[in-house]
Design a protein around this ligand. Structure first.
Ligand code: PEP
Ligand code: MN
Length: 369
């Protein structure tokens, strides 16, 4: 289904947001001092928008769920003192009413809410006719249509100051990321809606501080429109998401180290298409290598089993079976026999090396073989 979004520039309190757009502040508002002090430092750095969670969607009950309305006057005070534009997450009409009553400027829809069209529609119905900027995070699952659907629901309700936030996707298997970036999805969103600003939330993608700089630079290199990043005056004591938050000082260093190049996309957007393909290749190579790593872990288990039970490493019938079966599968998939054989031989050799290492390890344990 084709769609276009009817968008207006995001102008807030007379200020037009220009890329790169930076948003920062704590995962959650915790105390008046934490809200104000983090905000003052963020404002000093020239960051125009302050984020803070008031109502926190937590996976398990009993985790810190945000302070709710009591924290809203602190945001209002910060706004009056510093002129910062204030953003918070809303998930129901009560949140919206309270946030707007306390002068919150931008509402964002969290990843769990975007995944639920009933909830999004309810928010859109409530927001209809209001001139509020809304930032829509991607859904937790890697489904671009759910993301687009949420933006469309807002837009159909008359909201035109929209922006998207890429915060990565839930995934199975191992990954250094809390939420895998799967860059091809936000790039495809950008291709479909060139007028829609898309910023990247490295904090929820990474889940840990040491990965932030790489993801921020990647966001800049892929020509996204800014960053939405968590900061806290004392991250190690944060009540939520402490591993991924940084002090405003460290954030300043991080942002100064980034290079925002001028995009050279030409008028036909060909480079964007190429970027979509490249992002897919990056993601697939990443997955292939991680799958090989999982395979090697199994190989190690086999090595330990063979050692314990006194089996030889190489069992030629098994190896021939593997080769024949995989070549057959490769043929069905349209991969050349040469290619499949080369990969299999390399993988097999690595497996033999691993098992040989295991056989030779710890030979002094006294076990008789
Ligand atoms: C947040 O920004 O603090 C948050 C809860 O994010 P997400 O909806 O991306 O998990
Ligand atoms: Mn958070």
């Amino acid at each position: 289904m084709n769609s276009t979004l009817d968008l207006k520039e995001v102008v807030i309190n007379g200020r037009k947001l220009e890329a790169p757009i930076f948003v920062s502040g704590p995962c959650s508002a915790e105390t008046e001092e934490q809200v104000l002090e983090t905000g003052r430092q963020i404002a000093k750095m020239g960051i125009p928008i302050y984020r803070a969670g008031i109502w926190k969607p937590r996976t398990r009950p009993g985790n810190f769920e945000g302070l709710g309305v009591v924290a809203l006057p602190w945001l209002q005070k910060l706004k009056e003192e510093t002129g910062l534009i204030i953003a918070t997450e809303v998930a129901n009409s009560y949140h919206i009413k309270q946030a707007l009553d306390y002068g919150v400027d931008i509402l964002w829809i969290g990843a769990r809410t975007t995944a639920n069209p009933f909830a999004v529609q309810e928010l859109a119905d409530y927001l209809g006719g209001k001139d509020v900027p809304v930032f829509v995070k991607n859904p937790v699952n890697p489904d671009i249509d759910l993301w687009v659907g949420a933006l469309e629901r807002m837009n159909k309700a008359g909201l035109k100051k929209l922006m998207a936030i890429h915060r990565g996707f839930s995934h199975f298997g191992n990954s250094p990321y809390r939420n895998k970036p799967q860059w091809d999805i936000p790039i495809e969103l950008k291709r479909r809606f060139p007028e829609l600003p898309i910023i990247v939330d490295p904090s929820h993608i990474c889940g840990r501080r040491d990965l932030l700089a790489g993801v921020c630079q990647k966001a800049a290199d892929l020509d996204f429109d800014g960053l939405f990043i968590e900061s806290h005056i004392d991250p190690d004591k944060a009540l939520s998401d402490k591993a991924q938050q940084v002090t405003p000082k460290d954030l300043d260093k991080l942002l100064s180290s980034l290079i925002w190049r001028k995009p050279d996309i030409g008028s036909n957007g060909l480079l964007h298409d190429l970027e979509v393909y490249r992002a897919k290749i990056d993601m697939l190579d990443d997955e292939v290598l991680r799958i090989y790593k999982d395979r090697m872990n199994v190989v190690e288990k086999i090595g330990e089993f063979k050692k314990k039970n006194n089996f030889t490493i190489l069992q030629t019938t098994r190896w021939s079976e593997i080769l024949d079966e995989r070549k057959e599968l490769g043929k069905k998939l349209g991969l050349s026999e040469d290619f499949v054989t080369t990969i299999l031989k390399a993988v097999h050799q690595e497996s033999i090396n691993t098992q040989t290492r295991i056989m030779n390890e710890d030979t002094t344990s006294g076990e008789s073989r």
